[in-house]
Design a protein around this ligand. Structure first.
Ligand SMILES: [Zn+2]
Length: 210
């Protein structure tokens, strides 16, 4: 009995004193939007597919430098279907999934999946449907989106919106997942891409601590 009380007090003490990260992000899958004949939008002389890949590689390097594992779902310029992206992501069993696109404006949009039906309205097979793997991580995706949005707002004087949308790729990823539409105006990616990547990583760190 005495031991139990002591152990209990020790546990409380440890909880109060140890700076334990609330979540641990070890593995991140990064999806570089578009590719191959799917060019995405045109931004002056550049194309969205190339900027997405450039930024995905920068983010991967930053994630690796922070002691985590970062995987790209495409490393070169080729077309990938949503199903391929989904299976690449899910086979890594990541702690986070981040998809990169451009917004078409100077604003930043961060998407999380949206589901028409509430969990309680689903049959078991619907709940475990591969098309809806995101369901179990939906709350975490929202937390990730808010942390990344706060970090991006701090770094860039632009509007950052968090939007729920029924995007097939996000809905089928079995991990906390966001799609970040980066600004397509008012930023020069060769020069300022690093700043954006730092802000994304800071948001991920904040998500771990929240
Ligand atoms: Zn896009």
């Amino acid at each position: 009995m005495r031991y139990c009380v002591f152990a209990g007090l020790l546990a409380v003490f440890c909880l109060l004193s140890a700076p334990v990260a609330a979540r641990e992000v070890r593995t991140v899958v990064i999806d570089a939007g578009h590719g191959g004949y799917d060019l995405g939008m045109r931004v002056e002389e550049s194309r969205e597919k190339d900027i997405a890949l450039l930024m995905a590689k920068k983010l991967q390097r930053a994630i690796e430098a922070s002691g985590r594992f970062g995987y790209l779902d495409r490393e070169v310029d080729h077309y990938m279907s949503i199903e391929e992206r989904r299976s690449r992501a899910n086979e890594r069993d990541p702690d986070l999934f981040v998809s990169l696109h451009l917004s078409g404006t100077e604003d930043i949009n961060i998407y999380v999946a949206w589901f028409e039906k509430k969990d309680a309205e689903l049959s078991l097979s619907e709940y475990y449907d591969i098309e809806a793997r995101q369901r179990r991580h939906h709350h975490e995706s929202g937390a990730l989106a808010r942390a990344v949005a706060a970090s991006l707002r701090e770094a860039f004087a632009v509007n950052v919106y968090v939007i729920e949308m029924a995007l097939p790729l996000l809905k089928s990823v079995g991990a906390p997942a966001i799609m970040v539409e980066m600004p397509s105006e008012g930023i020069e990616y060769g020069r300022e891409g690093g700043k954006l990547v730092s802000a994304l990583l800071k948001g991920i760190r904040q998500y771990e601590q929240d």
